[in-house]
Design a protein around this ligand. Structure first.
Ligand SMILES: O=P(O)(O)OC[C@H]1O[C@H](OP(=O)(O)OP(=O)(O)O)[C@H](O)[C@@H]1O
Ligand SMILES: O=c1cc[nH]c(=O)[nH]1
Ligand SMILES: [Mg+2]
Length: 219
């Protein structure tokens, strides 16, 4: 899996990620969601350079213009809940893409730190031969992406899988690399070193779903 680490180089993406992390600024839910959406746009733009392009002639009122345009058939698949904001950003640039939504949440059977990932809802078109964009802002242990990949198997075999995320842990990325097809690629804004005992990214930003939409009862 090829990893594109966005803020390894100077980028305005770094400012948006820093505001997501900031313990004071992140309390403003509108700004938090907007920054996620803006990062969805930046990730989509960077990823767009790796699509397949074809030559098209566009007729203008004054003549003909030659353009290279992406020809991939794209399906954007986001993991509920936190993926919704990133999804909107990606959709801003790939406005005619098809869309999938899938739920994956951490279920704590004993009400303690141990959890399993449950996938309960999936709405998706066929993925056969398509370019699948998998979006979730947080890549912590990687279990959500891995379980989602498993659940999507019933929907056909995509030609390519491109994963878009905002903050990832090194361990989570390693886990993805073991399971995802070799030609998959990952665009990630920031890579953090650690995970805590609850599987939260450190320094990370806290709970992305809660910061977007409010806290939920533990299940
Ligand atoms: O890499 P992992 O260890 O699987 O963790 C990352 C997952 O955790 C968060 O979702 P969460 O389960 O908090 O659900 P939510 O989006 O509904 O808040 C996040 O949006 C990812 O889906
Ligand atoms: O750090 C983490 C891990 C899982 N989910 C989050 O929202 N944040
Ligand atoms: Mg959450």
């Amino acid at each position: 899996m090829k990893v594109h680490h966005l803020i390894k180089e100077n980028s305005i993406a770094s400012k948006f990620v820093s505001q997501l992390r900031d313990i004071d600024i992140q309390k403003d839910r509108l700004r938090f969601r907007k920054n996620m959406e803006r990062l969805g746009e930046i990730l989509a733009y960077e990823m767009s350079k790796h699509l397949d392009f074809e030559n098209k002639i566009i007729e203008t009122p004054l003549g003909k213009a030659k353009h290279f345009l992406p020809k991939d058939e794209i399906v954007i698949c986001s993991i509920l809940r936190a993926g919704l904001t990133l999804h909107q950003g990606i959709l801003n640039y790939f406005d005619d893409a098809d869309n999938s939504f899938i739920s994956a949440y951490r279920h704590h059977p004993e009400n303690d730190e141990n959890f399993e990932i449950l996938v309960e809802y999936l709405a998706s078109p066929s993925l056969e031969g398509k370019t699948l964009i998998l979006a979730d802002p947080m890549l912590a242990t990687g279990s959500s992406f891995i379980n989602v990949l498993k659940a999507l198997k019933t929907m056909g075999v995509p030609a390519k899988i491109y994963v878009l995320s905002v903050i990832g842990s090194r361990k989570g990325i390693e886990n993805l690399e073991k399971v995802f097809p070799e030609n998959s690629e990952l665009w990630i804004a920031s890579i953090d070193e650690d995970l805590d005992s609850r599987g939260y990214i450190v320094p990370g930003l806290g709970d992305a779903g809660d910061l977007c939409f409010g806290s939920k009862l533990q299940q």
